[in-house]
Design a protein around this ligand. Structure first.
Ligand code: ADP
Ligand code: MG
Ligand code: ZN
Length: 479
């Protein structure tokens, strides 16, 4: 046996914070960054004698996610208590879903190196987040902040269908894109609103059973997911080749040392003493509710990407850039409906437009330039009314003032000279001043064409239409 005889087997569990304004079972705010314990009440503090009340929006967002991922939505799902002790969990249990989750049997399609991959989604359930323990090493003290306790989460559990760290990272990116597109999650790995645990095992190519799995935690970037999985796969193969056995456990990824190390032995479901939550009735959904959510689903990133390529003739990279941000893609489509060339529009949006947008904070939501105005500017370029480089200047000014491109071009004197009479006069003048050079050109030194065009351009203060000037100079010099 050698290491190339082994295959990696990976299944991911993603916890995504739902974008609701209030918590799952109380009215406290979910706002991030408030002073510690500011957003708490008897319900999320777990005081005795109070009852949870389910936030309807949590169910809507979770159902939307399940449908987008091709899941079956259970008409009746059940809340459970998962019991464990930790200082950031004052109730001593987490309200979650266990044996009857909201959604099951879904799938996610994505690309890895140009190949389509499909990963099955085992289940999606709703649950509440715990609080946060903050360790102050310098003071030797620990603090508990319960602002996050009761914040709504969905957990999305994949089947162990992933075979490499790269696939795992691409699955996660595709999943994040879907959640962000649906408006259910902000997709922020660093701030922890999109968290991933990776279950990793290895097996011999000929083995029929899966190997013993290890659960990896603390993977708060796509790069860390890849590195942690790679480390862990190599470690497990080494253990087996060394004659040992992989132990089922939870390991923590240390991104500084780039290694995983044991955190705790893996708990089993029975360790948590799951039982049905007595304070909440089972959740029942009628067909109409689910069908309404299905009808309201937006076009998902993958489908939209394919449509951008076929409908607008965009290169895959351009489509990817636009589709990555739903509002940007909407903006593009609105502009494309009026622009002379959808492909040129896409490359403008990736270039100057994206640069200016970044300067202004990066979102099109409060942009002064309407899609139709961007299209009008590109039409002006297309008709030769303004040069490409002057149009960039115009666009910058449009970002600042929201003015119409035609008005701006006139006000700033940026109109391109395409008028045949004006161009011809300028060309004649340049040729008359440079008779020696003109002789050389006629004698065969064709490369000095650029010199004449440059001179004419200079005479017209850079506003001449370069294509027309080229043509005129050539004609006047006899080809
Ligand atoms: P738990 O809830 O205790 O974490 P589950 O059986 O629900 O356990 O599995 C959780 C995750 O582990 C799923 O994403 C699943 O795909 C993955 N998984 C299960 N078995 C394996 C295995 N042998 N190797 C890799 N991943 C696995
Ligand atoms: Mg787990
Ligand atoms: Zn509360």
């Amino acid at each position: 046996m050698e290491s190339s005889d082994f295959q990696a087997v990976i299944g991911l569990e993603v916890h995504a914070q739902l974008l609701t304004r209030s918590k799952i079972f109380c009215g406290c705010s979910t706002e991030f960054g408030a002073p510690a314990n500011h957003h708490t009440c008897p319900v999320c503090l777990g005081l005795p004698g109070v009852l949870p009340v389910l936030n309807r929006q949590v169910v809507e967002l979770a159902v939307r996610t399940g449908l987008a991922l091709g899941c079956q939505v259970r008409p009746r799902s059940v809340w459970s208590r998962k019991n464990y002790f930790y200082p950031d969990l004052p109730k001593g249990y987490q309200i979650t879903q266990f044996d009857l989750p909201l959604c099951e049997h879904g799938r996610l399609e994505f690309d890895v190196g140009g190949q389509m991959r499909l990963v099955r989604i085992r289940r999606i359930h709703m649950e509440e987040d715990a609080g946060k323990t903050v360790h102050d090493a310098a003071e030797g003290e620990s603090w508990v902040d319960l602002n996050r306790a009761g914040v709504p989460l969905i957990e999305i559990v994949s089947e162990p269908d992933l075979a490499s760290s790269e696939e795992a990272a691409e699955y996660l990116k595709a999943l994040r894109d879907v959640l962000v597109c649906l408006g259910v999650n902000d997709g922020n790995l660093e701030e922890g609103s999109f968290r991933c645990d990776a279950n990793v095992s290895v097996r011999h190519r000929e083995a029929t059973e899966l190997g013993t799995r290890v659960e990896l935690k603390n993977l708060n970037s796509f790069r860390f997911v890849r590195q942690a999985v790679d480390f862990e796969v190599a470690r497990q193969v080494d253990v087996i080749l060394g004659g040992g056995r992989v132990v089922q456990e939870t390991r923590l990824y240390d991104s500084v040392k780039n290694e995983t190390r044991p955190m705790r032995s893996k708990e089993e479901a029975h360790d948590y003493r799951y039982f049905p939550e007595p304070d909440l009735p089972p959740l029942t959904l009628d067909d109409a509710f689910v069908e309404q959510a299905r009808k309201a689903l937006p076009e998902l990133p993958r489908a939209r990407h394919a449509r951008f390529v076929s409908q607008y003739g965009l290169p895959a990279a351009d489509a990817k850039f636009l589709v990555a941000d739903r509002a940007l893609a909407d903006y593009y489509e609105a502009a494309a409906a009026k622009a002379p060339d959808a492909r040129k529009l896409a490359s403008w949006m990736q270039g100057e437009f994206a640069r200016l947008l970044k300067e202004q904070g990066g979102t099109v939501s409060n942009l002064k330039v309407a899609p139709a105005q961007l299209a009008a500017l590109l039409s002006a370029v297309d008709r030769g009314e303004v040069s490409g480089s002057a149009a960039k200047e115009v666009l910058g000014e449009m970002f600042r003032t929201g003015e119409e491109p035609a008005a701006l071009i006139a006000r700033k004197g940026l109109a391109q000279v395409s008028d045949a009479g004006a161009l011809e006069a300028a060309v004649d003048e340049v040729l008359a001043k440079n008779t020696g050079e003109a002789e050389k050109y006629r004698a065969g030194k064709k490369q000095i064409l650029g010199f004449f065009v440059g001179q004419v351009m200079k005479a017209l203060k850079g506003k001449g239409n370069p294509a027309l000037i080229n043509e005129l100079v050539r004609k006047k010099l006899g080809g």
